[in-house]
Design a protein around this ligand. Structure first.
Ligand code: ATP
Length: 361
């Protein structure tokens, strides 16, 4: 079920101040895909999600789910949340501790007065789907964090919604469990083939889970794309920087050469991915640490070859994170955990133009 958001703005008034939470957002969320709203705290992700659900009224614009307009100021339409056919999973799960798994999952059906047999049948189906069959009688408190999260998912699914929405549902789990639950959730959603809207500020979660990511800042959508597009080929400096670790340099465009855009920057003259930037203009060069492959010793000058010195080394288990100095600049890079390299050593690296991303300055 596609969701269409057109010209949606939302202001809050608090302590005599106006806060622009959503600034004229226009967005189409595709059917049967996992669509993530990603952005820093306060950028408006939750507000947008709450507008879709109907827990918040926009000031302007229109929201449709499938063929139904669910909110429109101009047409004076405001469909209440329970009539929008949505399921929702929150950060705090909102699992009731005094209830059993069965009662938690069946609650949305019970409040609607569904017949007992239907409740039993649908709860069994939802629990079976999240692999919790047999847990019906268990008090909700006697479940692990990951299992509680699955109960919350089963409860969101029990009424067979058209769309399921998630507001930071994994943020209360510890790092390892979060990783496992993320994989599990992706598998469940793929199997369901349902439209899913997911809110997070965790970039790894967004990359791992989503079919499409919309990056937000200050109430606006900055860029939309697949995880690979957003990570490797962002159009905006903010997006390139937010989605992963990045070394960013001011660059001046020289022009095109051999299918690459060549720039002058503090690392020297560097051939980059081709971009339509005018010669003489400014751009930003973005280099991800994982594409800086250091070798020991100085290298003779050459195309895209940079000499550097190790400034710091931090052991983080799978490798060393290192800061390397090139003139005035400090770059983040990685070194194999078994590399015999020390602070002060001369190193060099060769940059593949395909991994030298140019974004607008
Ligand atoms: P987080 O990741 O921290 O949850 P978010 O991106 O989801 O942030 P929102 O919760 O949508 O951001 O908030 C957007 C802006 O609106 C913020 O500046 C926030 O302080 C403000 N805001 C949200 N709800 C209210 C409210 N009920 N009253 C006043 N201001 C609010």
């Amino acid at each position: 079920m596609e969701i269409r958001i057109r010209g949606v703005s939302k202001h809050y008034f608090s302590e005599g101040k106006t806060i622009k939470a959503l600034d004229d957002v226009t967005l189409t969320i595709p059917a049967r895909k996992i669509f993530t709203l990603l952005g820093p705290s306060g950028c408006g992700k939750t507000t947008l999600l709450r507008c879709i659900v109907g827990l918040e009224m926009p000031d302007t614009g229109e929201i449709s789910i499938g063929d139904d307009v669910v909110w429109s100021r101009d047409k004076a339409i405001s469909v209440p949340p329970e009539k929008r056919g949505l399921g929702m999973v929150f950060q705090t799960y909102a699992i009731w501790p005094h209830m059993t798994v069965f009662d938690n999952v069946g609650y949305p059906l019970q409040v609607r007065g569904a017949p007992r047999d239907e409740v039993r049948e649908r709860v069994a189906k939802a629990l079976d789907f999240v692999q919790l069959a047999g847990f019906e009688g268990r008090p909700a408190t006697k479940l692990s964090g990951g299992q509680q999260q699955r109960v919350a998912l089963a409860r969101a699914l029990v009424a067979e919604p058209r769309v399921i929405l998630f507001d930071e549902p994994l943020s209360n789990l510890d790092a390892k469990l979060r990783e496992e639950t993320r994989k599990e959730l992706r598998a469940f959603l793929e199997k369901l083939q349902i439209t899913a809207v997911y809110v997070t500020h965790d970039r790894v979660e967004a990359l791992a889970l989503s079919d499409t990511i919309a990056v937000m800042r200050a109430g606006s959508i900055i860029e939309i794309g697949t995880p690979r597009k957003i990570y490797f080929d962002a159009d905006h400096r903010f997006v390139a920087d937010f989605i992963g670790r990045a070394n960013l340099f001011k660059a001046r465009v020289r022009g095109e050469q051999g299918g690459h855009t060549v720039v002058d920057c503090p690392l020297g003259t560097i051939a980059c991915q081709r971009r339509d930037f005018p010669a003489g203009g400014e751009a930003t060069l973005c280099l991800r640490p994982e594409f800086i492959h250091l070798v020991r010793g100085e290298a003779p000058a050459g195309h895209n070859i940079v000499n550097a010195r190790i400034e710091t080394l931090t052991f983080v288990g799978e490798n060393y994170e290192t800061e390397i100095r090139v003139g005035e600049e400090l770059l983040l890079a990685r070194v194999d955990a078994d590399a015999s390299i020390a602070v002060g050593d001369a190193v060099s690296f060769s940059l593949d133009p395909a991994h030298c991303l140019l974004v607008a300055a």
